[in-house]
Design a protein around this ligand. Structure first.
Ligand SMILES: Nc1ncnc2c1ncn2[C@@H]1O[C@H](COP(=O)(O)OP(=O)(O)OP(=O)(O)O)[C@@H](O)[C@H]1O
Ligand SMILES: [Mg+2]
Length: 480
């Protein structure tokens, strides 16, 4: 089976397939020429075999014919020679007889007198007069027959076999056959060329089509050929072109989608930056405005309670105000920390997570939380620190909302080129989804914005696991 691009061994891929046929190593030889030559050689071989057979037959038949004619003539003239002296002088009687007899087929008759002079020679044949077969051909075809002589009283009769007419006939037959063959050969070659041109036209169309494909014009289609083999080829071409066209459309769509995604990411990044800026502003306002006002209220309440003329009731009211204001202050401080932990300003992820852990242990003492850090996780850069921080924040919120867990483990790991964060709980695993479910999507979006990945789901050993991997590049190195 010839090698095809699919079946060729891997080592041969990319190399041209082996050429079929052994000749024509330099310039390629056209199929038309190959077929013409093949047909020509076969035809010529056929002609040569035919000629050999014909020549053999002709040779045998000439020999047979000339021998028979010579034998008859010898018998006739032998009888005439025996009786020639009965009615007069033998030479004269024989000459008269011969002149009357004229030419005898395929024989030349000569009469010599006693001195050896030629007295009579039979007239030449009128058949194809003055024409002779070419000498080499005549030599090949002429049978080797001896002349027969009769001695008469005072004369000698010689009968010489003459195959020249029969040989000429054979020559004429031969030349007619060769001419006929030549005519047939020319007609055959011309029809073959015309037929091949017609037959191979789809190949030219196919080449044009392939050229179109090579130039990226995948909408090209070929008309179906009435020849079944070509039809398979053209429909194969059309299928390939259709697949390429589909691929091109999909690629175009992919480019559009990628562009839209990139634009989307840009918008998301912009929104995230806006949200962070707003959180920062809110935290500052709450801290500066509300924090100071609450402090002022506490100071006023304290001074009111200490006032000399104030009654016990007013002093108790002022103490209550002080108490409420203190808890309001704590609440404001907590909101400020949640909005924008101060450690984030220093891009110290480990410290920011330590703070989260501390708060968690205070607020949820029944759910054990561990934090393990490997590698230096400070100075990772603002974007990266913030993303990792928010992912852990959302993962912990989810633990509270969905997991019913008794333990949460946070692992932070900085290795060459990667920052890994893993939040794992021992809760119920994947809980039934509820609500808007923006949390995991937001985590993934944050990871993608920084070229990283986020995996979340029920862990094989139980519980739920969120794993974030972010690539570290120059921007996130300590120098930034
Ligand atoms: N720790 C967890 N344990 C069990 N299931 C979880 C856990 N974290 C997330 N899930 C499941 O994954 C779903 C998607 O979480 P995601 O944070 O995206 O949405 P949500 O928490 O339901 O809503 P949102 O975060 O938008 O307020 C959750 O609804 C829940 O079913
Ligand atoms: Mg959530």
């Amino acid at each position: 089976m010839p090698a095809t691009p699919e079946t060729a061994p891997a080592a041969n891929r990319g190399r041209p397939l082996p050429r079929e046929g052994g000749w024509g190593k330099g310039r390629p030889v056209s199929l038309r020429l190959r077929l013409s030559l093949l047909l020509g050689v076969l035809n010529l071989g056929f002609l040569l075999v035919l000629l050999a057979l014909l020549l053999g037959n002709q040779r045998a038949s000439i020999a047979e014919e000339i021998t028979a004619a010579h034998r008859v003539t010898v018998q006739l003239l032998g009888t005439a020679a025996q009786t020639s002296g009965l009615t007069g002088p033998a030479p004269l009687v024989m000459e008269t007889f011969l002149r009357r007899l004229g030419r005898v087929r395929a024989n030349e008759i000569r009469l010599y007198d006693s001195r050896g002079e030629l007295r009579y020679v039979s007239p030449p044949s009128h058949y194809k007069q003055s024409r002779q077969a070419p000498e080499p051909f005549a030599r090949l075809m002429t049978p080797q027959l001896e002349a027969t002589g009769f001695d008469l009283p005072g004369a000698r009769l010689l009968i010489v076999p003459d195959a020249s007419r029969a040989v000429l006939d054979a020559w004429d037959d031969l030349t007619s056959l060769v001419l006929l063959w030549l005519g047939f050969f020319v007609v055959l070659q011309v029809s073959l060329l015309l037929f091949l041109r017609h037959l191979l036209r789809p190949a030219e169309t196919l080449l044009v089509g392939l050229d179109q494909l090579a130039h990226g014009r995948f909408a090209t289609r070929l008309a179906e050929s009435p020849v079944s083999e070509w039809r398979e080829l053209t429909s194969g071409f059309n299928r390939v072109a259709a697949a390429l066209e589909r691929g091109q459309a999909e690629q175009r769509q992919l480019v559009l989608t990628t562009e839209a995604l990139a634009a989307n990411r840009e918008v998301t990044r912009f929104i995230e930056a806006g949200i962070e800026a707003e959180r920062k502003r809110l935290a500052r306002e709450l801290h500066d405005e509300l924090g100071q006002s609450v402090t002022a209220i506490r100071l006023i309440a304290t001074s009111l309670a200490r006032h000399a003329g104030a009654g016990a009731e007013i002093a108790a009211g002022a103490g209550k105000i002080n108490e409420v204001a203190a808890s309001l202050y704590d609440g404001v401080q907590r909101i400020v920390r949640e909005l924008r932990p101060a450690v984030l300003e220093r891009s110290d992820l480990a410290a920011a997570l330590e703070e989260i852990a501390r708060e968690w242990r205070q607020q949820h003492p029944d759910i054990a939380l561990t934090l393990a850090t490997r590698g230096d996780c400070s100075h990772l850069g603002e974007a990266l620190t913030l993303a990792a921080f928010r992912v852990v924040q959302e993962a912990l919120t989810n633990v509270l909302k969905h997991a019913a867990a008794r333990r949460v483990d946070i692992e932070l790991c900085r290795e060459t080129g990667t920052l890994g964060v893993c939040v794992r709980d021992d809760g119920r695993g994947q809980a039934a989804p509820a609500g808007m479910r923006r949390g995991l999507a937001g985590m993934r979006e944050r990871a993608a914005l920084l070229g990283g990945t986020l995996a979340a789901g029920a862990a094989a050993e139980g519980g739920f696991c969120v794993t974030l991997n972010l690539p570290l590049n120059e921007k996130e190195t300590p120098s930034s």
